[in-house]
Design a protein around this ligand. Structure first.
Ligand code: ZN
Length: 482
């Protein structure tokens, strides 16, 4: 009996079989036998006149028999007949919606009874492929709700491990997950919510080298990152690939959301052509964030993602939604496409991915510390040496340039608190000959304070390397870290 190979989009009509052996002495008879056995397949392959649909090619072994006539072409027992529907052209066949099982129909019943969703919508959700960049604050609610809603394929990009300081907001991770890869922890929760999902883990830092290859297989990209190089990278890759970029960002009590690069709408670079100078906008690690805030913004992103998949409602395109949790206010700003945008405008200068760390003026994570001395790393001192100086009763001034609310969490005995913002006003109070050591939380702000003093002519100023976090690690392990 000749064998007929069934392509992936048609297997839903053959009980998932990828090959069916049928009787028949010509290709036509074999196809008739196949569609008699699987009647649902008939209208997929043949038109009303019984002719093979124009977007299906039929091969006998390796020969294209379209123009030879299926009825005239003999098929022998050892022959293989292949049905090859066009896929790249977006034919009806390639887009044949996935079938929902009885379990899935029950699971999604509250969707199915909404007319705007229904079976068709749920099938669109199941067919959709969505990539979440980041399994952190925004990725957590996105991952949980998009899984529950039945988005069939979810990709996750992250290379971080779960940390105690994540648990206040990254609700997809539990206390027992601390130390685990975020991808493993998140994928486990998502799969537990919905076993029908396909989850792809991309355990890597998204980079100019891998971004296009990772993004190209998805329909929608959701940006849940926390740094500028990745934001610009995601934006440019989405514009180059023509994928919508569902954007969200958070800081303390405020958030933003919009949909970039969708059907001619503006992109992130239309809004912000260039990143702020390094250090001007603090990250969540430096500036803090209300734990609930990423939930609100992440769910706005999830809502937009589901709307895009279903093709319903007014997408958040050309509008920047601003959320103020303290005032409990939403505002909306009009976003226009910038005709001079370097990546989506009329005279494009960015036609491939660039070096985004260089563009944003920040070092690559994990890159070796700069070999040359910079104004901010000059004259550092180790925490153990500061401890020895304190123990010996050496004459020196120890200054803490953190904020008062940080000082209340933990402090080094004897340190004088002068927040960095007030620091320039106090420069005149110090003796330029004095031995001065400055610290903050991790060493960045104290580096700036050291720079200010050196510019004012102070000669013996040292920055405590690693800040009070290093102190808590190496000197006083009972000290709380934050
Ligand atoms: Zn643009």
């Amino acid at each position: 009996m000749p064998k007929i190979l069934i392509p992936t989009p048609l297997r839903q009509f053959t009980g998932k079989q990828d090959a069916v052996s049928v009787s028949g002495t010509t290709v036509g008879e074999a196809l008739n036998a196949l569609t008699t056995e699987y009647p649902d397949l008939r209208k997929q392959i043949f038109n009303d006149e019984g002719r093979i649909r124009s977007f299906v090619n039929v091969y006998l072994n390796d020969e294209d028999i379209r123009y030879m006539g299926k009825d005239a072409t003999p098929a022998r027992d050892a022959d293989t007949i292949s049905l090859v529907p066009s896929i790249a052209g977006g034919s009806a066949l390639a887009e044949a919606p996935p079938v929902l099982s009885k379990d899935e129909i029950l699971r999604y019943s509250r969707h199915l009874i909404i007319p705007e969703v229904g079976i068709d919508g749920q099938q669109k959700l199941k067919a959709a492929k969505v990539l979440l960049i980041g399994a952190g604050g925004l990725g957590a609610p996105l991952g949980l709700y998009l899984s529950a809603a039945g988005v069939g394929t979810l990709g996750l990009v992250d290379f971080d491990v779960v940390d105690f300081t994540n648990l206040q907001r990254q609700v997809i991770h539990s206390t027992k997950d601390v130390g685990r890869a975020k991808l493993d922890s998140a994928a486990e929760k998502m799969q537990a919510i919905n076993p029908h999902l396909t989850i792809h883990r991309h355990e890597t830092a998204l980079s100019s080298e891998n971004a296009l290859a990772i993004l190209k297989d998805y329909d929608i990209v959701v940006d849940g990152t926390d740094n500028f190089p990745t934001r610009y990278l995601v934006n440019d890759a989405c514009v180059l690939l023509g994928k919508p970029n569902v954007y969200g960002s958070i800081f303390r009590f405020e958030g933003q959301a919009t949909v970039f690069a969708y059907e001619g709408g503006p992109c992130y670079r239309c809004l912000y052509p260039e990143p702020p100078p390094p250090g001007l906008v603090p990250s969540c690690a430096e500036g803090g964030v209300l734990g609930i805030l990423p939930g609100t913004i992440g769910l706005i992103q999830a809502t937009e993602t589901v709307k895009l998949i279903l093709g319903i409602g007014e997408p958040l395109v050309g509008r920047l939604l601003l959320y103020d949790a303290l005032g409990m206010k939403f505002r909306e700003l009009k976003l226009r496409k910038n005709p001079e945008c370097p990546v989506c405008g009329e005279h494009r200068t960015i036609t491939r991915l660039i070096d985004y760390h260089q563009f944003c003026g920040v070092p690559r994570p994990g890159a070796a510390a700069p070999a040359q001395e910079t104004p901010l790393n000059r004259n550092e001192i180790d925490v153990t040496e500061v401890k020895a100086m304190l123990d010996r009763g050496d004459e020196f001034v120890l200054i803490d340039v953190r904020e008062p609310h940080e000082y209340r969490i933990c402090k080094i005995p004897g340190a004088k608190l002068i927040p960095l913002g007030e620091f320039p006003r106090h420069v005149g109070e110090f003796n330029p000959e004095a031995d001065i050591v400055i610290h903050c939380r991790s060493g960045v702000r104290s580096g700036k304070a050291c720079h200010i003093l050196r510019q004012a002519g102070f000669g013996k100023v040292r920055n405590m390397r690693g800040g009070i976090l290093a102190w808590a690690d190496k000197v006083d392990t009972s000290m709380p870290k934050y």
